[in-house]
Design a protein around this ligand. Structure first.
Ligand SMILES: Nc1nc2c(ncn2[C@@H]2O[C@H](COP(=O)(O)OP(=O)(O)OP(=O)(O)O)[C@@H](O)[C@H]2O)c(=O)[nH]1
Ligand SMILES: [Mg+2]
Length: 279
């Protein structure tokens, strides 16, 4: 897991593209994953945004822990950062998000004239940028679950409230030094599984669950207790799910994938992987 290749060339190019597009908009919606609000924020976001007004959309609020959702919202608010909890699939929270944008729009400089208020969406891979674009525009204007591509020419999507939304979101490549950040992004599917060691990743996830959400883990996998080590818990889960190879060996790859898939799909329960710093 140490040798993740972040394609620095690609990263630099997309950052420049975002900066170009930023010149065209009045505000930015920064989409983050509510399960990992810090890990899914690009550390260079301040440098990239400059003094452009922005709102944080804490997306996938349906998958994250409700208590943690409130803590995070309060955390950002207390720092003067606008943050809204949203669900890009159901549309929950998008009204509040539009309300926040309307406030920014109302405070916009007169020099902007009568031009419609314009915004763009940025975020790391898989946080739900395309889903949000579709939600805000009320139609399927962009592909979800797709891979980043190249779009030529700017397309503006008209929103019902008169605002205009840039159809191509800015993809912020994750960049970090802290290995926990990388793990969090991988758990949530923002880093391709192909470059991860799935059994190790899943075992570490199970370790986090055993410590922070033991009840959810026990209920989901019908365990009587949380065992001493993450590995033992993983093996117990593998036995319950029949992830066994010939010779009664544990199929770590298969159980690893299964657990991570179930987490990503919300099947284990509502889970948040990082909480605001107390200090
Ligand atoms: N449960 C849940 N799933 C969501 C939510 N928003 C998006 N998703 C799912 O998350 C996955 C990724 O969503 P996209 O909208 O394609 O994400 P993206 O940021 O455009 O991804 P890239 O284009 O790959 O960077 C899809 O399977 C969506 O259905 C949400 O609020 N809740
Ligand atoms: Mg997309």
């Amino acid at each position: 897991m140490e040798n993740i290749n972040w394609y620095p060339g690609h990263m630099k190019k997309t950052r420049e593209l975002i900066k170009e597009n930023l010149k065209l908009v009045d505000a930015v919606v920064e989409v983050v994953d509510a399960r990992i609000p810090v890990s899914s924020r690009n550390p260079l976001i301040h440098e990239i945004l400059g003094d452009k007004p922005s709102v944080i959309a804490l997306n996938k609020m349906d998958l994250s822990d409700e208590k943690a959702n409130s803590l995070w919202k309060e955390h950002f608010r207390s720092r003067g950062i606008q943050a809204v909890l949203i669900n890009g699939n159901s549309g929950e929270g998008t009204k509040e998000l539009l309300g926040s944008l309307a406030k920014i729009s109302a405070g916009r400089k007169q020099s902007a004239g009568n031009r419609p208020f314009r915004l763009m969406i940025v975020g790391v891979p898989n946080v739900g940028k395309s889903s949000l674009i579709n939600r805000l525009s009320g139609r399927k204007s962009t592909q979800t679950g797709d891979r980043p591509g190249v779009t030529k020419g700017k397309q503006w999507i008209k929103l019902t409230n008169g605002m205009q939304l840039l159809d191509t979101p800015g993809i912020l490549w994750p960049k970090f030094e802290d290995p926990d950040t990388g793990k969090n992004l991988a758990y949530c599917g923002s880093i391709k599984d192909e470059i991860m060691d799935i059994p190790t990743l899943a075992m570490e996830f199970i370790g986090y669950m055993g410590e922070n959400y033991p009840r959810l883990l026990m209920d989901r996998y019908k365990m009587e207790e949380i065992l001493e080590t993450p590995l033992e818990n993983m093996e117990a889960i593998a036995l319950k799910r029949g992830c066994i190879l010939p010779g009664k060996r544990i199929d770590y790859e298969r159980i690893g994938r299964l657990v991570l898939d179930e987490f990503r799909g919300g099947k284990i329960g509502r889970i948040t992987l990082e909480l605001p710093d107390e200090s």
